[in-house]
Write a protein that binds this ligand. Structure first.
Ligand SMILES: [Zn+2]
Ligand SMILES: [Zn+2]
Length: 198
């Protein structure tokens, strides 16, 4: 079986990263990655440069974005980051989703709207770094996992396709648990460095 070294989570200077999309591609080539996705916060402005830089190499580039959303569930409002992949970067809906998620004067982008907009643009959504979701129980406790599982189940019903299990923020134990939940709910597993710069 071929294995690929993948990084599905990174930020360029089009959001809060320090490197340009082309510099990111160069950096991860040196680290022998095969597949990369640029996932700037609420922006797809770097994707053209990113995809062109990937095409000039043997790296497979995947269009991506990290959308800031809210999700109402069981009487609570959770702030969650939704990673969208593989959509048409020229989709008007994606541009609208970015606008909604970054502009405080517009109504908040709901997670289920983000999932729908990315889906209608031909892409799939993953839930980013679960340990960073405010309002879940204390990290690592059974209370945390219980709440997390209920939230994940609900998002899956709304069309979520995957879970970011591997992220530098997660401990090995947490990664193991998240991979188990992904399996239980038939979700894809992704891995990303959440790179913001040096
Ligand atoms: Zn995030
Ligand atoms: Zn991020």
């Amino acid at each position: 079986m071929d294995t690929f070294k993948c990084n599905y989570h990174m930020h360029s200077h089009y959001s809060n990263g320090t490197l340009s999309p082309a510099q990111l591609v160069r950096k991860f080539i040196e680290e022998e990655y095969d597949v990369l996705s640029l996932t700037d916060h609420d922006s797809i402005d770097g994707l053209k440069e990113f995809m062109a830089a990937c095409e000039a190499t043997k790296i497979k580039g995947v269009p991506g974005v990290e959308l800031t959303t809210t999700h109402e569930f069981m009487g609570k409002v959770y702030d969650i980051h939704i990673l969208g992949y593989n959509f048409d970067p020229n989709s008007q809906l994606i541009a609208e989703a970015c606008q909604r998620s970054k502009d405080d004067t517009l109504p908040c982008l709901k997670a289920e709207e983000a999932i729908k907009m990315v889906g209608e643009s031909g892409g799939q959504c993953f839930l980013a770094h679960p340990v960073k979701i405010p309002g879940l129980g204390e990290r690592g406790t059974e209370e945390f996992y219980k709440e997390f599982e209920a939230l994940l189940k609900d998002l899956k019903k709304k069309g979520l396709k995957g879970l970011e299990c591997i992220n530098p923020m997660h401990t090995e134990d947490e990664e193991y648990r998240f991979i188990q939940y992904a399996g239980k709910y038939h979700l894809h597993i992704s891995s990303g460095t959440d790179h913001h710069g040096e």
